[in-house]
Design a protein around this ligand. Structure first.
Ligand code: ASP
Ligand code: MG
Length: 601
C-alpha cells in the first residue's frame, strides 16, 4: 500500500466529463490498495474569469478580497470531484485549505506555506476516503484565520507541500501535456518528452517548464527529496520524473523556505583567460571554444558582454591547473580570429568564483542587488558577473574571497557550515550534458557603458531597478576595462522583460548624475536561447557545440552567460526561432513522433 498525492490542473477538470474521467483514474488508484489525497485547481479558466470580474468592479481590487474571491474557484472543483467519486462508489470527502490546516504567511496573493496540519487528512484516510483538497489556498495562523492564496499556478505547490507533510510515497502532477519536453513543440515539432530531469535542471529551465510545473513546487520536492512526476491526465503514459538529490535533514519547520537564497558557494580553484577585441561576427566563439574543446580543456564560466564598435571581449574561467594549456590555446587561436591582429590576451590566476544560489530568486527583484551591495560594503570589487535563473556568480580577487564569503553568508543568513565548495554532479547515471533548450523572446537587453570600476556600482544599479520592481534576468559584467582620464571603466549589460525596458532606461538615466557612466542603450529586438544539463559539468565541448550550431547558421551572438549547468546566448530576435531549432538539432534532442500540446492562449 502506498500513500499517493495526485494533483489535477484546471484543464484536467475542465468539464464535468473530464471530472468524471479523472474520478475513474483516482478510483483505480485507490482500488489498487493505495491511500490517495487529491489536490485540484479551479475548473478550466475559472480563476482568470474571477480576476476579470474583480477588475470590472474595481480598478485596483483589494488584495484580501481578491484572495477571498479567487479561492472560491477551487471550492467548486473539490466538491464536484468528490461527488463524482462518490457516484462511482468511491468514498471521498472534499476539504478546503482552511479545513486541512494549510497554514501560510499573512501575505495575500503570494503567500508561502509555513506548515500543513495532518490530523484531519489522516483521519479521513483512515476511514477509507479519498481526500480531495483545494489547491492554491491556505489560511493564516492568526486569530483572524484569513484566507490566502499562493499565487497563480500555486496548486502544484499545494500538492507537493501536502505530499511532504503527510509523508507520501510520491506526488503525481496531472496536466494537459505529456510531461516536460526538450523544447517548445510549437516551434520545434520534433521536441521529445524527457523521461527524467533533475530538479535543478527543471528550475534552470523555468522559462520552458514553469507553465507545466510551478517552480516553488520543484523547490519543495528538491528540498525534501519528494519523488515527483508530471504526466498527462488524458493518457496512461509515464510522463517525466523530476529527480531530487538525497536529503539528510527532513525537518519540516518552515515547509516552504522563505529564503530566496539557500546556498553560498565558493570555488577558489579558478583562473581566468580573457580575449580582448575579438571580431564581432558569427562563428568566432565557436572557433575559440571549438579549439579549447579539442584540447580537452573544461571551461566553467563563459562571459561575453555587449560589443563595442565591431569587437567583443570573451572571458572564460578554467581550473588553475589547466590555465597554461588554456592560455596557449587562446594565444594560438587569437591571431587567426582577427586579421588586424589586435586581440590581446589577459590571464589571471588569482581569482575565485563566489555564487549565491536558490530557486526563490526566480521572479524576485533585488536578490542580485543585495549580493552586490553586500560585496560593496565589504569592499570587494567584482571583476565579472554571470547569472542564470537560480544563480548569480561573481569573479573576485582571490585575496578577497574570504571576506566576500563572510559577507554573503551574513547577508543571506547562510550558516558558513552550509557553504558549498563546488558543485559536484550527484548521480552520474541520470546526468546528460544537455537536457533541453529554452527560448525566451520576451526580453530586452540594456547596456550601461563606461561605469567607473569601483565597488558599489553594480549594487547601486540593481538596487534602483529592484526598487522599481523590475526583475532582471541575465546580468553580465565582462572583462573589458578601459581607462578614461585615469579612471578604469567597465560595462554592465543585462536583460529585463520587454515591458519593463522603458522604465528601466528612465530610472537608470536618473542615476547618471550620481554614477557618471557614459550611456544607457536599450535593444528590444533580442531573444535568449539557453541550454541546460547537469552533465555539462566536467564535459568539455558542450559550449563549443552550442556556439558552432549558431555560427554555422550565421547567427551572431550578442552576449553569453553561464552557470555550471546552463549556457545562455542573446541573439537577434528575428534569428531566435532558427537558433532554437539548430541548437535542439545539434544536441540530437529530437524524437520522431510529434507531440501535440494545447496552443498557448
Ligand atoms: N487556479 C489557480 C490559478 O489559476 C491555481 C492553479 O491553477 O494552480 O492560478
Ligand atoms: Mg496550473
Amino acid at each position: 500500500m502506498a500513500l499517493i498525492v495526485q494533483k489535477y490542473g484546471g484543464s484536467s477538470v475542465g468539464s464535468t466529463d473530464r471530472i468524471k474521467s479523472v474520478s475513474q483514474r483516482i478510483h483505480r488508484t485507490a482500488k489498487a490498495e493505495n491511500q490517495v489525497v487529491v489536490v485540484v485547481s479551479a475548473i478550466g479558466k475559472t480563476t482568470d474569469g474571477l480576476v476579470k470580474l474583480a477588475n470590472e468592479v474595481s480598478s485596483n481590487p483589494n488584495r484580501r478580497e481578491m484572495d477571498m474571491l479567487l479561492s472560491t474557484g477551487e471550492q467548486v472543483s473539490i466538491s464536484l470531484l468528490s461527488m463524482a467519486l462518490q457516484e462511482i462508489g468511491q468514498p471521498a470527502i472534499s476539504l478546503t485549505g482552511a479545513q486541512v490546516g494549510i497554514v501560510t504567511e499573512a501575505q495575500y496573493s503570494k503567500a508561502r506555506i509555513l506548515e500543513i496540519k495532518t490530523d484531519r487528512i489522516n483521519k479521513q484516510l483512515q476511514q477509507g476516503q479519498v481526500v480531495v483538497v483545494a489547491g492554491f489556498q491556505g489560511i493564516t495562523d492568526s486569530e483572524d484565520l484569513e484566507i490566502t492564496t499562493l499565487g497563480r499556478g500555486g496548486s502544484d505547490t499545494s500538492a507537493v507541500a501536502l505530499a511532504v507533510a503527510i509523508g507520501a510515497d510520491c506526488c503525481e502532477i496531472y496536466t494537459d501535456v505529456p510531461g516536460i519536453l526538450t523544447t517548445d513543440p510549437r516551434i520545434v515539432p520534433s521536441a521529445k518528452l524527457m523521461e527524467e530531469i533533475t530538479a535543478d535542471e527543471m528550475l534552470e529551465l523555468a522559462s520552458l517548464g514553469a507553465k507545466v510545473l510551478h517552480p516553488r513546487a520543484v523547490e519543495i520536492a528538491r528540498n525534501f527529496g519528494m519523488p515527483l512526476v508530471v504526466k498527462s491526465s488524458w493518457t496512461e503514459d509515464l510522463g517525466t520524473k523530476i529527480i531530487s538529490p538525497p536529503v539528510q535533514d527532513k525537518s519540516m519547520v518552515g515547509l516552504e523556505l522563505s529564503k530566496a537564497v539557500n546556498a553560498v558557494e565558493l570555488d577558489a580553484d579558478q583562473a581566468k583567460v580573457a580575449l580582448l577585441r575579438v571580431p564581432d561576427r558569427p562563428g568566432v566563439a565557436a572557433r575559440l571554444f571549438g579549439e579549447i574543446a579539442r584540447q580537452n580543456v573544461d571551461v566553467d564560466l563563459i562571459i561575453q558582454s555587449i560589443h563595442e564598435g565591431n569587437s567583443n571581449d570573451i572571458a572564460f574561467t578554467v581550473s588553475k591547473a589547466v590555465l597554461p594549456k588554456a592560455e596557449s590555446v587562446a594565444t594560438a587561436i587569437a591571431p587567426t580570429l582577427n586579421q588586424a591582429d589586435a586581440t590581446d590576451i589577459l590571464v589571471e590566476k588569482n581569482i575565485a568564483k563566489i555564487a549565491i544560489a536558490g530557486a526563490g530568486m526566480i521572479g524576485r527583484p533585488g536578490i542580485a542587488a543585495k549580493m552586490f551591495s553586500s560585496l560593496a560594503e565589504a569592499g570587494v570589487n567584482i571583476q565579472m558577473i554571470s547569472t542564470s535563473e537560480i544563480k548569480v556568480s561573481c569573479i573576485v580577487e582571490q585575496d578577497q574571497c574570504e571576506k566576500a564569503i563572510a559577507a554573503l553568508c551574513k547577508t543571506f543568513e547562510i550558516a558558513s557550515s552550509n557553504l558549498s565548495l563546488k558543485q559536484n554532479p550527484s548521480n552520474d547515471s541520470v546526468l546528460v550534458p544537455v537536457r533541453g533548450v529554452a527560448l525566451d523572446k520576451n526580453q530586452a537587453q540594456i547596456a550601461i557603458l563606461y561605469i567607473p570600476d569601483v565597488p558599489g556600482m553594480a549594487a547601486k544599479i540593481f538596487t534602483i531597478l529592484a526598487q522599481e520592481s523590475i526583475s532582471v534576468d541575465m546580468i553580465i559584467q565582462s572583462q573589458r576595462c578601459r581607462i578614461v582620464d585615469g579612471i578604469p571603466m567597465r560595462d554592465i549589460a543585462f536583460t529585463v522583460a520587454q515591458g519593463d525596458a522603458q522604465q528601466a532606461q528612465t530610472v537608470l538615466e536618473q542615476l547618471q548624475s550620481e554614477i557618471k557612466f557614459k550611456q544607457v542603450i536599450v535593444d528590444s529586438n533580442i531573444a535568449k536561447v539557453s541550454i541546460v544539463g547537469s552533465g555539462m559539468i566536467g564535459s568539455p565541448g558542450v559550449a563549443s557545440k552550442f556556439f558552432k550550431a549558431l555560427g554555422e547558421e550565421n547567427i551572431n551572438i550578442y552576449m553569453i552567460t553561464t552557470s555550471e549547468i546552463k549556457i545562455s546566448c542573446v541573439v537577434a530576435e528575428d534569428q531566435a526561432v532558427k537558433a532554437l531549432k539548430v541548437v535542439h538539432e545539434a544536441f540530437a534532442l529530437g524524437g520522431d513522433t510529434t507531440i501535440e500540446v494545447p496552443s498557448k492562449e
